[in-house]
Each structure stands twice: as structure tokens, then as C-alpha cells.
Design a protein around this ligand. Structure first.
Ligand code: ATP
Ligand code: DP6
Length: 421
């Protein structure tokens, strides 16, 4: 039995990546267990550039479960958090820390409370899958703290109950979420198709068009879509199974043209379903459409796709370049069409992996101003420049799965008080 009189605190800190779907999950067959109507496939993004960090702590001195997100206290009362907490707690095992003189038995976990502090290093609820990284980190960190022995597949099924796309953030690289058939969701789990090293030529550039909270959440959007769209069941049953098989093959054989065609058409089809919803949902905006136009034109001119685009439930573009050389050309094109406001520092306009900027020969804003029009655009037509329409860019790549951060100085909670630092 843990000694309740002592004011000890035990903590674990985890870091979990976000992921971008290249075959989208859209629509549930069970709202509370979060069971999807189709399989989906994603690429995990490098946590060095986009990730959630979560510290979880347990102490006999905590009188209730509490959570902070991006430095503000939030309620843990939603069904989703409660379900994940319950699932993890019910699998908790004995934990012993001899150095600190702490022993927690399996039974103790029923009465002990946790503090959870989480931070996203990218915009929350803006179509960059914060719920995916966030809920995956929530489950992964709690599972480690409570010495849960389940494998990543089982943990993915728990994370799924926090947010569907979260199940895919339990792995690095290329990940498939099998929709499963069972009513209890036990076979609706994520599996890794290939790790991040399998196809490390790929470079990902995210154009953050808006970091505002969107009007219609993914959860509400897909519910309304299932209720009102006549196309959604056709997509789930007739289109996605083949797209998923083809995408798996494209990833396996590093077949970029197929990868790009499938990713672009799947993204467009998902947004077509949003339009087919009543009332229609518009996640993309004019800037998103301009970016699609620019990539489509370029891909057509090259005769074979160089860049894939995909958009989640928001206007931000996720662009996947076939290699670094193409990524440098992509950045030049993007910065030509979407330059920052004059006083912007290039360092804050292009974030993440800065080496792509160097490859593109761009050191500062004057280099951006001097960019010639991309091939195919005869003159420097002012109407093709949309200054300020993109907030900033993030350069990244396929990345690794969740990790535990052993360095206690990285914890978000104070080891003395168990409260945010
Ligand atoms: N780090 C986190 N820890 C726990 N929960 C989080 C975290 N980050 C986000 N969330 C939860 O996810 C919600 C945002 O999910 P939502 O699906 O609306 O946006 P998104 O995931 O950023 O975008 P999308 O899934 O459409 O790409 C937040 O309101 C919060 O409840
Ligand atoms: C467009 C998407 O990003 C939708 C993600 O939806 P969420 O996983 O955020 O929805 P809930 O399961 O209701 O939490 C596509 C995808 O990630 O596959």
C-alpha cells in the first residue's frame, strides 16, 4: 500500500508526434467508441517540429484529477478523457521506485489522482491534428506512469477512444488504422506499415494559412456528414478499400507518382464530402485553393507529380515533396506567390527544418523579394502574389513515434508541487 502520509510525487514525461492522413478517416459507425467507417493511412510528422509534450504525475497529496493544456487549466470531465483515463487505470500495475521509497500497488491506483500538463508546439484545434498528438500523448504517458503492459496496438485502441486520428500517432513513419469489424472496437487499431527511415527522401512543407480555431470541429463535421451526405457511404465502401490497398503499395515501393495522385485525390474527395454535407462545410479557403492550383499546374508541367498536397479539416496545406531538391523548388515557388509582409523576419516565416531554406538559396527576406517568377509564369504579374495570405511555413519530414523524456528538467510539472512550472 502506498504511504498516503508522505508527500511524494512520481512523474513521467512523454513526447508524441502528430500525423497527417493521406487516406482520410471521415465518418464513424460508433460515436462513443469512435469506430470509423473506413480504414485510413497517415504519415507521422517529425516531433522535432510538431509535437505534444505531456507530463503526468501521481501523488497521494492530489485530491482530484486535474489537467492543464497550453498553460491553462481545462476540464477533464469530457467522456473522451474519462474513457481513456478509465481504460488506462483499469490496466495499471504495481510501480516501485526504490530511490524515492515509493511503492504503488495495483489496487492503490483506484484511489490515487493524477495531474496532467500538456503543451502543443503548434496551433491547437486548427486542422493540424492537435487532438491526434494530444490524445496519443495523454494515453502513452499515463500508460508508462501506471506501468501498463499492453503493446502499442492495444494503446492505440485506447487513444482512438480519445480522438480517432490519435490511434495513428502511436507509431512513427507510415501508419494504417484498420477500421475493424468488432462491435466492441477491439480490432479497430493502428499498425505501422513502415518506419520513418523507410522513405526518408520525403520532405513535408506545411503552409499555415490560419491558426484560428475552426468553426466546425472534425467531430461535428463528420457526424453531420454521415447524417446528411449521400456520397459518404459510397466513398467508404466502394472507393477507400482500393485507395488504401494502392496507397500501401505506393508506400512499400516508394512509388511517388502513385502516392501523390492518391493523396491529392483522397484529400479532394474528403472536401467534396464536406460540400455534400447539409449545411455544407467549407474547411478550405481561397488560399488553400490557390495552393492546389499552383501544385496541380507544376505537376502537370513536369509530366509526373513532384509534390502531393493534402488538407485536413482546416485551410492549412500539407505539401509532400518527393525529395529535398523538389522541396527547395517548392519553397521558392511558395515564397514567390505567398511572400510575408515586408518587416517579417524570414526565420519566423519559415520554421522547422531550416536547411531547406539554405538549399533554396534563401538567406533573408531580400532573397525572397528577388525570387524570379517560377517557370511557366512569363512576367512578374502582381496579381499572382498574395502577400500575407500564409501566416508561416513549417518544414518537416516523416518522423518517429512516441518517446519518454527521461530528463526530469523537461517535465512540465514541478517535482515539488505537482503543479505547472
Ligand atoms: N495536448 C493535448 N492534450 C490533450 N488534449 C488535446 C491536446 N491538444 C488538443 N487536445 C484536444 O483536442 C481538441 C482539438 O481537436 P480538433 O479535432 O478540434 O482540432 P485538431 O485536432 O487540431 O484538428 P484536426 O483533427 O481537424 O486536424 C482540443 O480542444 C482538446 O480538447
Ligand atoms: C480530417 C481528419 O483529420 C479527421 C480527424 O478527425 P479527428 O480524429 O479529430 O476526429 P474525432 O475522432 O472525432 O476526434 C482526417 C484524418 O486525420 O484521418
Amino acid at each position: 500500500m502506498a504511504d498516503q502520509s508522505k508527500r511524494w510525487i512520481l512523474m513521467t514525461t512523454a513526447q508524441t508526434p502528430t500525423n497527417i492522413a493521406v487516406i482520410k478517416y471521415w465518418g464513424k459507425r460508433d460515436e462513443s467508441l469512435i469506430l470509423p467507417i473506413n480504414d485510413s493511412i497517415s504519415v507521422t510528422l517529425d516531433p522535432d517540429h510538431l509535437c505534444t509534450t505531456t507530463t503526468v504525475a501521481v501523488s497521494p497529496s492530489f485530491d482530484r484529477d486535474r489537467m492543464w493544456l497550453n498553460k491553462k487549466e481545462i476540464s477533464l470531465s469530457s467522456d473522451r478523457y474519462q474513457r481513456c483515463l478509465r481504460e488506462i487505470r483499469s490496466r495499471a500495475n504495481e510501480v516501485e521506485d526504490e530511490k524515492k521509497g515509493i511503492k504503488i500497488t495495483k489496487k492503490d491506483w483506484e484511489n490515487l489522482h493524477v495531474h496532467i500538463d500538456s503543451y502543443n508546439n503548434f496551433p491547437t484545434a486548427a486542422g493540424l491534428a492537435s487532438s491526434a498528438a494530444g490524445l496519443a500523448c495523454f494515453v502513452f504517458a499515463l500508460a508508462r506512469l501506471m506501468n501498463v503492459k499492453e503493446d502499442l496496438g492495444k494503446l492505440s485502441a485506447i487513444a482512438r477512444q480519445g480522438s480517432g486520428s490519435a490511434c495513428r500517432s502511436l507509431y512513427g513513419g507510415f501508419v494504417k488504422w484498420n477500421m475493424g469489424k468488432n462491435d466492441d472496437g477491439s480490432d479497430s487499431i493502428a499498425v505501422q506499415l513502415a518506419d520513418e527511415k523507410h522513405w526518408d527522401d520525403l520532405v513535408i512543407v506545411i503552409a499555415v494559412v490560419s491558426s484560428q480555431q475552426k468553426e466546425t470541429s472534425s467531430t461535428a463535421g463528420m457526424r453531420e456528414c454521415v447524417e446528411t451526405s449521400k456520397l459518404i457511404q459510397y466513398r467508404a465502401k466502394e472507393v477507400v478499400p482500393k485507395q488504401v490497398a494502392d496507397m500501401e503499395a505506393a508506400i512499400k515501393y516508394h512509388d511517388f507518382p502513385s502516392f501523390a495522385r492518391l493523396a491529392c485525390s483522397d484529400s479532394n474527395q474528403f472536401h467534396a464530402l464536406c460540400l455534400d454535407t447539409s449545411p455544407p462545410i467549407f474547411y478550405m479557403n481561397d488560399t488553400s485553393h490557390r495552393i492546389i492550383g499552383c501544385i496541380e499546374k507544376w505537376n502537370r508541367a513536369e509530366g509526373s507529380p513532384q509534390v502531393a498536397y493534402t488538407f485536413d479539416a482546416g485551410p492549412n496545406a500539407v505539401l509532400i515533396a518527393r525529395n529535398r531538391k523538389v522541396a527547395a523548388l517548392l519553397l521558392q515557388r511558395l515564397l514567390f506567390h505567398f511572400p510575408p509582409h515586408p518587416d517579417t523576419d524570414l526565420d519566423s516565416y519559415v520554421t522547422g527544418d531550416k536547411s531547406i531554406l539554405q538549399d533554396a538559396g534563401l538567406k533573408d527576406i531580400t532573397d525572397v523579394e528577388a525570387l524570379p517568377p517560377p517557370p511557366g509564369i512569363k512576367d512578374n504579374i502582381p496579381a499572382l502574389k498574395y502577400m500575407g495570405d500564409v501566416s508561416y511555413f513549417i518544414c518537416t519530414r516523416p518522423g518517429r513515434g512516441p518517446v519518454i523524456l527521461g530528463d526530469e528538467s523537461l517535465a512540465l510539472l514541478s517535482p515539488e508541487t505537482g503543479l505547472p512550472k
